[in-house]
Write a protein that binds this ligand. Structure first.
Ligand SMILES: [Zn+2]
Length: 251
């Protein structure tokens, strides 16, 4: 049975969390410590009362999330934060949060995993954010309809699309999560088809102005890949079972 610190040291290094830039509130790394042993790994996109309750019932004692506890910023330990911490303490659950380092990892990253699920090849990093590229772009020789079908299948859910670009695709850009507001910067990279999770209203207008295909697969749906792949990787390496705690947000 691995110790908490074995696993944490390993992930910190594997995902290069000290080297990858991020928003301060991501607070990448161990966010809640437990008493020091890991018997079951859980993976979830977000941390919430529902996720912690579900993970606790499943005897998870090491929970990995993409969006950690501290996104709302500095706050007193009252109400929901107190409730969440209490749930973790009562079940002796450690929490590990990892945001951009998990989006961009070449193997277990959200982008790399989505590219693989779509059957696309030779993707290259693009779109600088916080000091490093956070998306992947690739040349493509398939039709827009084919790509939409593949994306629906990969995400196992609906895809909202704005088909203002070419029917026969040339270059696809992928940035999981909420990158729709980067559409102008994406267009500068000669990308005709932009896949992301969600976008602000004005991005749909911009897609038409720019003559681009904009495909929105959902913030949650495009970000289930990384935590799952990381948990599966750790499970194999440390011989500990893992499971996915599925709590879709609907966005
Ligand atoms: Zn996200």
């Amino acid at each position: 049975m691995p110790s908490l610190s074995d696993i944490v040291v390993y992930i910190d290094r594997f995902l290069r969390i000290r080297d990858v830039g991020d928003w301060d509130n991501a607070l990448n790394g161990l966010q809640i410590e437990n008493s020091g042993r890991v018997r079951r790994i859980g993976a979830a996109v977000d941390v919430s009362t529902r996720v912690l309750t579900d993970a606790g019932k499943k005897n998870v004692d090491f929970l990995i999330v993409h969006h950690g506890l501290f996104w709302p910023g500095l706050q007193p330990v009252t109400r929901l934060l107190r409730r969440q911490l209490q749930l973790a303490f009562e079940t002796d659950m450690a929490l590990y949060g990892v945001h951009l380092p998990l989006d961009i990892h070449p193997k277990v990253g959200n982008n790399a995993q989505l590219v693989a699920a779509l059957g696309l090849k030779s993707a290259q990093p693009f779109l600088e954010e916080k000091g490093q590229p956070v998306g992947l772009k690739t040349r493509a020789s398939l039709s827009r309809d084919q790509l939409i079908r593949k994306l629906r299948k990969a995400l196992n859910g609906p895809v909202k699309f704005f088909d203002f670009g070419p029917k026969q695709l040339r270059t696809i850009g992928i940035v999981t999560g909420a990158a729709g507001s980067e559409i102008y910067r994406v267009a500068e990279e000669n990308i005709d088809t932009f896949i992301t999770g969600e976008a602000p209203h004005w991005a749909a207008v911009a897609a038409e102005e720019l003559g681009m295909n904009l495909l929105l697969g959902g913030h949650y749906a495009t970000e289930v890949f990384g935590v799952k792949a990381l948990a599966a990787h750790l499970s194999k390496r440390f011989r500990v079972p893992w499971e996915f705690i599925d709590c879709p947000t609907g966005l």
